[in-house]
Design a protein around this ligand. Structure first.
Ligand SMILES: *[C@@H]1O[C@H](CO)[C@@H](O)[C@H](O)[C@H]1NC(C)=O
Ligand SMILES: *[C@@H]1O[C@H](CO)[C@@H](O)[C@H](O)[C@H]1NC(C)=O
Ligand SMILES: *[C@@H]1O[C@H](CO)[C@@H](O)[C@H](O)[C@H]1NC(C)=O
Ligand SMILES: *[C@@H]1O[C@H](CO)[C@@H](O)[C@H](O)[C@H]1NC(C)=O
Ligand SMILES: *[C@@H]1O[C@H](CO)[C@@H](O)[C@H](O)[C@H]1NC(C)=O
Ligand SMILES: *[C@@H]1O[C@H](CO)[C@@H](O)[C@H](O)[C@H]1NC(C)=O
Ligand SMILES: *[C@@H]1O[C@H](CO)[C@@H](O)[C@H](O)[C@H]1NC(C)=O
Ligand SMILES: *[C@@H]1O[C@H](CO)[C@@H](O)[C@H](O)[C@H]1NC(C)=O
Ligand SMILES: *[C@@H]1O[C@H](CO)[C@@H](O)[C@H](O)[C@H]1NC(C)=O
Length: 401
C-alpha cells in the first residue's frame, strides 16, 4: 500500500534538493534513464554494462551468476553497471570494491517494487551455527568481512584501524533479496548488510523474518520506495539508515520493527534509523487479525538508540505504547532523555497518543525537534570518523528516471 499523495509530504528543502540535483545532473550520467535498459534494450544501457542471465538469454550474457559479474570488476575506483535479466538467482553477493557499482534488475514495472522480476535467494539463519549474524546475509556491502560483522557490546566487532572505507556509491534498482531460511523468526536471517559503505536501494525488496536489514558500523543505507518484510527487529544495526516512501510489512510481531544501537563518539553522530513518509501494514489480511495491537515500533538495542518514524502510516498492528523497552540481562536499555525512540506526525489506527504517553518509551517530537533530522544531509556522515555531515552524493534524487 502506498501513500497516494506522497509528494505533498516532501518538505520544501527535500523538494528543492531534488529539483536542484535533477537540474544539475549531467546529460551523460546514468540518470539519463535507466528504464529502457531495464526493459531489455541493451543498446540504451550505460557503456560497458555487464549482462547477467541464468535463463533463456544466458548464451548472450557475460555471466550466469551475479557474484561472478561482481568478481570480474577491478578493485579500483572505476564505475560499473551490471544488468541482471529476469530470474531467480540463488547466491550470496558481496561488494568489497571502492568504485561505484549499480545493479539494474530487468523489469517492465520500474516504479513498482511489488512487481520485481529479479530475485536473489539465500537461506541462512544464525541459530548458533555461525560466528556472526553477518554470515547469513543475501547481500553484503563492506570492504572486509571483519568490517561487516555485528559483534557484541557497545562498539561491535573490533575492526582494524587501517580498514579502508568500502564502496562509496553502491546502487540497486528493482531487485528483491529474500532470505528464506524459515517462515518465522529462527535467529538472525539477513537480506542485506551494509558496513563502511554508502548504499542506495530503489524499488527493491527485502524479505526475511528476523534482522532483515542490517546497517553496521559506518554504514549508510538509503531505501527508496522499497518493500521490507519481517517479524523481529527487522531494521537493525548501528550505522545510519533512511527509509523514504517505503512499505514495511509485518509478517508477525517480535522485538520491534527497529532495534538500533548508538555509539558514544567524541563527535556528534546521528547513527540511527529514520523511517519517513512510509507505511507500516500487516503483510496480509489473515496475519492482520492475529497481530492486531501487538507489534512494537521498536526497542532499544542500547541506551543510545535513535529510531524515528516521521509522517508514517501505522496500521492497527502497532501496539498502543508504540515503542517498547529491551531488558538486557535484567537491565532496561531505555534511558529517558538519552534514548531517542520517537515519532513525528505519524498517523493511522496504530497511533495512540494516550498509550504512548502512558508507556513512556516514545518521544513525541514537535516540528522544531524533528528539524535536526528531517533530511538525509542532516544525518548521513562521512566515514572519516570525524563526524562531517552531508554525505549524500551517492543518493539518486530522481530515481523514477
Ligand atoms: C580510491 O579513491 C580513494 C579516494 O580518492 C583513494 O584513497 C583510494 O586509494 C582509491 N582506491 C583504489 C583501489 O584505487
Ligand atoms: C539451525 O541451523 C541449521 C543450519 O543452518 C539447521 O540445520 C538447524 O535445523 C537449525 N536449528 C534450528 C533449531 O532451527
Ligand atoms: C560473502 O560474505 C559472507 C558473509 O561475510 C560470507 O559468508 C560468504 O562466504 C561471502 N561470499 C562470497 C561469494 O564472497
Ligand atoms: C578479524 O577479526 C579477528 C578477531 O578479532 C582477527 O583474529 C582477525 O585477524 C581479523 N582479520 C583481519 C583480516 O583483520
Ligand atoms: C500471510 O503472511 C504470513 C506471514 O508472512 C504467512 O505465513 C501466511 O502464509 C500469509 N497468508 C496468506 C494467505 O498469504
Ligand atoms: C559518553 O562518553 C563520555 C566520555 O567518556 C561520558 O562522559 C558520557 O557519560 C558518555 N555518555 C553516555 C550516554 O554513555
Ligand atoms: C490507547 O491506549 C490506551 C492506554 O494504553 C488504551 O486504554 C486504549 O484502549 C487505547 N486505544 C485504542 C483505540 O487502542
Ligand atoms: C519542541 O520540543 C523541544 C524539545 O522537547 C522543546 O524544547 C521546545 O520548547 C518545543 N517547541 C515548541 C514550539 O513546543
Ligand atoms: C573530516 O575529514 C574530511 C576528510 O579528511 C575533511 O574533508 C572534513 O573537512 C573533516 N571534517 C571536520 C568537521 O573536521
Amino acid at each position: 500500500m502506498k501513500p497516494i499523495y506522497r509528494m505533498v509530504f516532501l518538505n520544501t528543502l527535500t523538494a528543492l534538493s531534488i529539483l536542484l540535483s535533477a537540474a544539475l545532473s549531467s546529460p551523460t550520467s546514468k540518470t539519463d534513464s535507466r528504464i529502457p535498459c531495464q526493459a531489455g534494450d541493451i543498446s540504451s544501457c550505460p557503456a560497458h554494462t555487464i549482462i547477467v542471465s541464468n535463463g533463456a538469454s544466458s548464451s548472450k550474457a557475460d555471466f550466469t551468476s551475479i557474484q561472478a559479474a561482481i568478481l570480474s570488476l577491478p578493485n579500483d575506483n572505476s564505475s560499473a553497471t551490471i544488468f541482471i535479466r529476469a530470474g531467480r538467482y540463488t547466491e550470496q553477493l558481496n561488494i568489497t570494491r571502492p568504485g561505484p557499482v549499480t545493479l539494474l534488475g530487468e523489469t517492465t514495472n520500474p516504479l513498482d517494487a511489488s512487481k520485481n522480476q529479479v530475485t536473489v535467494y539465500w537461506s541462512a539463519a544464525n541459530n548458533g551455527t555461525y560466528l556472526d549474524n553477518a554470515f547469513t546475509s543475501v547481500l553484503t556491502v563492506a570492504p572486509t568481512q571483519n568490517a561487516s560483522l555485528t559483534g557484541a557490546g557497545p562498539t561491535g566487532w573490533p575492526v582494524p584501524a587501517d580498514t579502508p572505507f568500502g564502496n562509496s556509491d553502491f546502487r540497486v534498482y528493482n531487485i528483491d533479496f529474500r532470505n528464506v531460511f524459515s517462515e518465522y523468526s529462527a535467529g538472525p536471517s539477513l537480506a542485506v548488510s551494509v558496513s563502511y559503505a554508502n548504499a542506495g536501494f530503489y524499488y527493491s525488496g527485502f524479505y526475511s523474518y528476523q534482522d532483515t536489514v542490517y546497517i553496521g558500523k559506518l554504514g549508510n543505507g538509503y531505501f527508496y520506495d522499497s518493500i521490507i518484510a519481517g517479524q523481529t527487529d527487522f531494521l537493525y544495526g548501528f550505522g545510519t539508515a533512511w527509509f523514504q516512501f517505503c512499505a514495511l510489512q509485518l509478517r508477525s510481531c517480535g522485538g520491534g520493527i527497529t532495534a538500533w544501537k548508538g555509539t558514544n563518539t567524541t563527535y556528534v553522530n546521528k547513527f540511527g534509523a529514520y523511517i519517513v513518509d512510509s507505511t507500516i501494514n500487516a503483510a496480509n489480511a489473515s496475519i492482520a487479525d492475529e497481530i492486531k495491537g501487538k507489534c512494537a515500533l521498536g526497542r532499544p538495542w542500547n541506551e543510545l538508540d535513535i529510531s524515528i518514524f516521521a509522517r508514517t502510516y501505522e496500521d492497527a498492528s502497532i501496539e498502543s505504547s508504540g515503542f517498547t523497552d529491551w531488558l538486557d540481562s535484567g537491565v532496561q536499555n531505555y534511558v529517558p532523555e538519552v534514548t531517542l525512540q520517537a515519532e513525528f506526525e505519524t498517523y493511522g489506527p496504530g497511533w495512540n497518543e494516550t498509550g504512548r504517553l502512558e508507556a513512556g518509551f516514545d518521544t513525541l517530537l514537535n516540528k522544531s525537534a524533528w528539524e535536526a533530522y528531517d533530511e538525509p544531509a542532516k544525518v548521513f556522515q562521512f566515514g572519516y570518523g570525524n563526524g562531517s555531515f552531508g554525505n549524500i552524493k551517492w543518493i539518486d534524487w530522481a530515481p523514477w528516471n
